[in-house]
Design a protein. Structure first.
Length: 332
């Protein structure tokens, strides 16, 4: 008989989750404080936060088989398993009420389940081999918080462990908290407070594309909003390396003003000006990154809808981020 592990067993680390909803014998990770959702108004934001991009269950065990029971049938989603840091399996969960990873390597190993980046995940129980060991993952790693839009949530990535934040975190051995919210990155003060209150050794903020698409801030309000967001984060992270990244290439938006007159070219100018103002007032741990340097016109063929990268595009974005941004966030 397999060993059944309750979903709320403290040895299971829900890494990258902001809060856990315990209900009916199940656990569901959230990327907002679930008990405080009314403080983060807008149902679409709640929906995106219920989808655990970047969240992983991590623990150590010598089990040769790993299975799980889910609290509800899944829609279109994948579940990845990394063993000692290497991606070894990716399961299609559509229609599933459980999952199974057989024939794992012998001996004790680090097991990390990377949860679906664009579908809620509610766990009822895990199953290990009878008599298998189970201990917490106690690695001390640099903690990285990244905030952004759908381009940070990465619905089109090949699988959860292959979003660009996941690829960067795995390459650099970082403890990731991904606050990418599809269509919902609008520099709200409560999200700035959430970034502020999340322990972090490095922070990145990918700002602007949802603001431009939703016309939620104008030329009058965008620069003050960026300054205010960073200032709120700095209340508890005064010297944490922080990168502010303007929008990547989006051909239909580059020179087409939105309802409040902002195109992406102007958007990048305003984001850059906000960062330069903060630097002029003494923020020596702040870096501006032009989104076109990360993903410019030369990569337009990897934008199937002229806005979001393809699975291959997210892998390219991860490589560019490692090359261009990580040196500023983790200086030698």
């Amino acid at each position: 008989m397999p060993q059944v592990i309750s979903s709320d067993d403290p040895r299971l680390g829900w890494q990258g989750a902001i809060s856990l909803q315990r209900e009916g014998g199940t656990v569901m990770p959230w990327r907002l404080p679930h008990a405080e959702l009314p403080l983060y108004p807008f149902e679409t934001l709640h929906d995106r936060a219920s989808r655990p991009a970047g969240v992983r269950m991590a623990f150590r065990s010598d089990t040769r088989h790993l299975a799980g029971r889910l609290g509800e049938a899944m829609g279109e989603a994948r579940l990845d398993l990394c063993v000692d840091g290497e991606l070894v399996a990716s399961l299609d969960l559509e229609g599933a009420t459980g999952f199974r990873f057989p024939e794992l390597p012998a001996g004790e190993k680090l097991l990390e389940l990377w949860l679906p980046q664009f579908h809620p995940f509610r766990l009822a129980a895990l199953e290990l081999d009878a008599g298998a060991s189970l201990t917490p993952d106690e690695r001390a790693r640099p903690r990285w918080t990244t905030y952004g839009s759908s381009i940070t949530q990465c619905k089109a990535a090949a699988s959860p462990a292959r979003t660009w934040p996941a690829l960067v975190a795995r390459e650099h051995d970082l403890d990731l908290t991904c606050l990418g919210f599809s269509s919902q990155c609008h520099l709200e003060p409560m999200l700035a407070r959430l970034v502020r209150d999340t322990p972090a050794d490095l922070i990145s903020l990918c700002l602007g594309i949802n603001v431009q698409g939703g016309a939620s801030l104008s030329e009058r309000t965008l620069r003050p909003a960026v300054i205010g967001f960073v200032k709120l984060v700095r209340e508890k992270h005064p010297t944490t390396p922080l990168a502010v990244i303007s929008p990547i290439f989006a051909p239909q938006r580059e020179a087409t003003p939105n309802a409040v007159g902002l195109d992406l070219r102007r958007m990048r100018q305003e984001v850059r000006a906000a960062v330069e103002t903060l630097q002029a007032f003494g923020d020596d741990h702040l870096t501006y990154v032009d989104g076109l340097e990360l993903f410019g016109p030369e990569l337009g063929h990897l934008l199937p809808d002229d806005l979001h990268p393809s699975a291959e595009g997210y892998e390219v974005l991860a490589r560019r981020f490692s090359e261009l941004v990580m040196p500023a966030l983790r200086p030698a």
